[in-house]
Each structure stands twice: as C-alpha cells, then as structure tokens.
Write a protein that binds this ligand. Structure first.
Ligand SMILES: [Fe+2]
Ligand SMILES: [Fe+2]
Length: 228
C-alpha cells in the first residue's frame, strides 16, 4: 500500500501585510458561509467545495501560460504544478461523488458559484497573483482542518467508514480493502501539499522567504485516465 504522508496540522502563514490580511479575511468569510450551509454534512461539503477548489489551479496555469508566451520566458515549472493541482482537485470531486450525492439545490449552487468564482479569481489573478496564491494557501489550510474534522466524524462513528471507491483506490494506489478513512487521509495530504505550494508561490512573488518545508505529495496513478 502507498504510504500516506503525515500532515503537519499546525502550519499557518501569519499575515504580514494588508494583502495577506485581505486574503485571510476573505477565506474566513467563505469558511463561515460553508460552516453555516453544510454544518457537519462532510460528504456534501467535500463535493461542493471541490468544484470550487479545482478552479484556481487552472486559472493560474492559463494566466502564467499566456504570460510566458507574451514575455517569451520560462515558467519555472509553475504551469505544470498548477495544472496538476487542478487535476488533483477534480479527482477529489470524482472520488466524493461516489460517496455522497449532491442535492438539486447544491447542484444549482455549484452552477452559480462556478461562474462568479471563476471570473472573480481570474480578475484577481490578473491584478495580484500574489494575493490569489495567498488566498489559495489559506483555502487549503481550511481544507486540511475540514478533512481532519471529517476524520473525527468517521472515527467517532457519526459518518460511515464505507469501502473506498474504486477510482480512489486506483488514483492513490490503495489496497483492495482500503476504506473511506484512508481516502480522506490521502485527500488531506494532497491539500497540505497544495497549501504549502501556494503559500510558497505567494511568498516568492512577495520576495519573502518561501515555505521552509513543503508537505510531501502522496503518490498518485501515473495515468489518470486509467485511474478514472
Ligand atoms: Fe481538494
Ligand atoms: Fe486543495
């Protein structure tokens, strides 16, 4: 079985300036909305929020790609990293859709939120990529917390620990008898990696010390089409 990396739950980027404080305030506001809307329905929460989480990586990759074409410069590996993040978040969605079914209202929320969030984030990334990456870093801090709470729900018997969906077993190279708990551990490790990568990008753009240690990424299937 693939070893799922342990996650440092204490990582938090302390805001250093106004942009960081705006990013943190925006994230805390959205967290409050999600807590109010979903409460402890973690399966539904994961589905709806993963449809949002898969947007920033693709936006960042697109804008960096276009910038590199215009400036005829190297991307320092950012484009592939961001595209991989978007793909990884989409696999989180494809996994949780096997665990819970969104209500019609949640599907309508996804439709509405996607366009608002896509356009807002695109505009923000054009104006301040540093703030955009900081927001994603804070989003991912919250994702690590949410999946830790989901694990607690499973461990204390309030959420059923069902067998891991086949797509998740193939994607994270889990054994045949893997359970949902193993999947949530793997997803949380992915989020911790995104957290550190995005805080690192924001810090690099701000000209400050990047993250000292990036949380290790779990192993994923080499061929995502075979996993799906
Ligand atoms: Fe995710
Ligand atoms: Fe993430």
């Amino acid at each position: 079985m693939t070893d799922i990396p342990l996650v440092d739950l204490g990582v938090h980027h302390a805001p250093r300036d106004m942009r960081d404080r705006i990013a943190l305030g925006f994230t805390r506001t959205l967290r409050f909305c999600a807590d109010t809307f979903f409460a402890k329905r973690y399966g539904h929460r994961a589905i709806v929020l993963e449809t949002v989480a898969a947007v920033p990586g693709m936006v960042g990759a697109t804008i960096n790609h276009l910038k590199c074409l215009r400036c005829m410069c190297d991307d320092k590996g950012w484009i592939r990293t961001l595209m991989e993040e978007a793909e990884n978040e989409r696999m989180h969605l494809m996994t949780f859709i096997e665990v819970a079914q969104p209500t019609l209202f949640e599907r309508l929320v996804v439709l509405a939120v996607q366009w608002v969030f896509y356009l807002t984030f695109f505009g923000l990334y054009l104006v301040s990529p540093r703030t955009a990456h900081r927001i994603v870093g804070y989003f991912e801090e919250e994702a690590v917390i949410s999946y830790t709470l989901y694990l607690k729900e499973i461990d204390e018997g309030r959420s059923p620990n069902v067998p891991a969906p086949a797509i998740a077993r193939r994607y994270w190279k889990l054994p045949d008898d893997a359970m949902l708990r193993d999947v949530v551990l793997a997803v949380r490790a992915d989020e911790a990696h995104h957290r550190d990568v995005n805080h690192g990008f924001a810090s690099e753009l701000a000209g400050i010390e990047p993250v000292a240690r990036v949380a290790p990424y779990p192993e994923h299937a080499d061929d995502i089409r075979a996993a799906a």
